[in-house]
Design a protein around this ligand. Sequence first.
Ligand code: SF4
Length: 374
Amino acid sequence: MPGIYVHIPFCKQKCSYCDFCSFPDKSAYEEAYMACLYKEMSLRKDQLKDYTFDTVYFGGGTPSLIDAKYIYGAVNQIQKCFSLSKNPEITLELNPGTISESKVKTYKLAGVNRFSIGLQTAIDEQLADLNRIHNVRDYVYATTLLKGENFSTDIMLGLKNQTKDDLYKTVELADKCGSSHISMYALTVEDGTPIYTDYLNGELPDSDEVAELYEYGRSLLKERGFDRYEISNFAKKGKESKHNLNYWRRGEYVGFGLSASSYLMGNRITNTFDLDEYMKCILSGFIPAVDSEGVLKKDAMFEKIMLALRTENGLDITEFEREFSVSFTDKYRTALQKNKEYLQVKGSRLSIKEQYLYVQNGILMSFMEENEKK
Ligand code: SF4
């Protein structure tokens, strides 16, 4: 089930933890960038003529910041250039504080049928600390505009002064407002971001505290009927993100726009991160790839294991053996033996036991070491 990713690199302001490819001061480029994006799609039309795509995902940046007509135009262009399956999942990331009734109307007209809202926390002081543009009221307003729609809410763990009570309020709000899916991620602190100073000053919760918050959040979500299907993702029945499931299954995808990656026929291609360069290339009729590599078999094997073991369903051993023509149990005998306490096999599926899913790094290390052996 291949997917299409579309990157919109514009934001109103930079969040204190953000090192994504996004610009707070480039709104003047909006129209030109979107024209390039449409052109990139037509440039790759022939290359992708044999594919049928099941999902489309608008991420960023803040896709809901730009004029909604461009999202409408992008879906239109995708339909013109590529073949989509009968009922494709079309997701748009949405930042509360950039949303209006007319925008939502246009998204729906375009065919967007899933939204992903970045709440992060239901505590206004923490939102301000993260330099987010929205407050809790904006989130509630955004969800009233999406009443009856299928939407996911992002929640963050590991924030300064974050308590279990804060997390309770956050989960409760996201649930009460109608989320059908919740992504609960631990804050990743990147060197060079403003929040890195808080980290150096010891002001952020340590990994044990974050793990405790995670377990607490997981139990709250379980009580409310959100089943975990990947370490950080929880969904009501049937509301899993198809687009992300494809990534975790190591399926193929194509990415359009600045910094977007594609993985097709065993090759990974990444577009430039330089906005001017991206537009210059596209206008000259070239794909602005800066990195292109064939993925080695041993790397592909480890990726497959690593991604699959993030999910509750785990790894399909039969599929793995078919794809790579190796005996899984022979190849990874030591890792399987070493971690037998943490792993379980049901039918042909290998997965990490529920209680160990969050602390899987050590398990993956064993597979990685064995992967390097001949
Ligand atoms: S909204 Fe997202 S992409 Fe934009 S600055 Fe904040 S974290 Fe980064």
